[in-house]
Design a protein around this ligand. Sequence first.
Ligand code: ARG
Length: 438
Amino acid sequence: MKLWGGRFQKDENKLMEDFNSSLPFDKRLYKQDIIGSLAHVEMLNKSGILTDEEKSQIIGGLSSILEDIEAGKLLIEGNYEDIHSFMEVNLIERIGEVGKKLHTSRSRNDQVAVDMRLFAKENGQMLAEMMGELMETTKTLADNNCHIMPGYTHLQRAQVVTFKQHMMAYYSMFRRDKQRLENAVELMDESPLGCGALAGTTHSIDRSYTAEKLGFKKPVDNFMDGVSDRDYLLEMLSAFSIIMMHLSRLSEELIIWSSQEFRFVQIDDAYATGSSIMPQKKNPDAAELIRGKTGRVYGALMGMLTVMKGIPLAYNKDMQEDKQQYFDALDTVISCISIMNEMLKTLKVNADVLRGAVKAGFLNATEVADYLVTKGVAFRDAHKIVGEIVLLCESKGVAIEDLSLEELNGVSPNFTDDIYDFIEYEKVFEKGIKKELL
Ligand code: ARG
């Protein structure tokens, strides 16, 4: 079952064997492992290291392993050290002695590095597409809800915005998230296959050939770097963490907005849950779980940064710890993007409540001050005047536009009839948004 053992005089301790094995989790890389091996075999043949016959036997064996795994006929389990050992032992069982030639001029160090890069590239491309879909959903929700609403700073009502504008802020964040994934893919797009254990090989292999066959832009420049860096996983984990941070902020807003205190939105029943004791409850669990799972993805990033920070070049077994954290973060971010996408598709926005909140929040107060400035009052004086007007409104329980001209003139003589038009909420918003692009 092992790929090594010649220099050992004792069997490996069982506890050690289990401790060392990555098969239970790196089996997820079976396809990348076979694809990498297929390219390697083609290259060995082209470089005169394997005969045509040997090549076709090994390719036949690897292809049949892939077929059997996908058909559920071959289970990836057993007492193997990792997915690479599993593959090689299975290959030799299938095609005999010639299978032992597969690993010529290759190490598991460049093998695992190429597997992980292929996997991460694929993940990056898929997630970028998912972010594109989330952008579309966000834009549709925004376009369908151009109603005015309060914009907040310090979670206190501040100025008039629209629901559309608020959602398009997330659209911009998601656009950058998508770009971050694409940038990460672009940077990792170099093949480590052929780096060997750390110092290449004496065989005359062709790294450019395997790089091209596997869809990489080029081979890596430096062997030691190629087998020992995992910065591309760190970049992916950073991109995941930033995506989760954005999703978590939006989740927080959906949680607040769907509360009885706000009632700005209704989350669809399909993405909420109830209480086992309080019959009236409808809880925004999907949003809460996204917020909670964000911590888990940050944890993977910190975990991986910490794994990498102290290991000397080149490969060290510490690096096997990249997989579980990365896989877990990947699965988490995929499920969170999917559920947010569905939640937004089915979200109901309460336009009347939004408008009511605008009116109750003195959200045209800044514009009343701007109005006074147009009448020649200095802004700082205008600010003070409007503060007094707000106090007056609060004592009467009305909005600024509900005061009569006499009442306004009681505070400042600079108001004339045109004030009402100037501070109309939709107009205030229109004037502000003109300078914005989305
Ligand atoms: N399972 C190992 C990993 O994930 C594969 C590489 C093993 N290399 C070695 N020299 N033991 O990192």
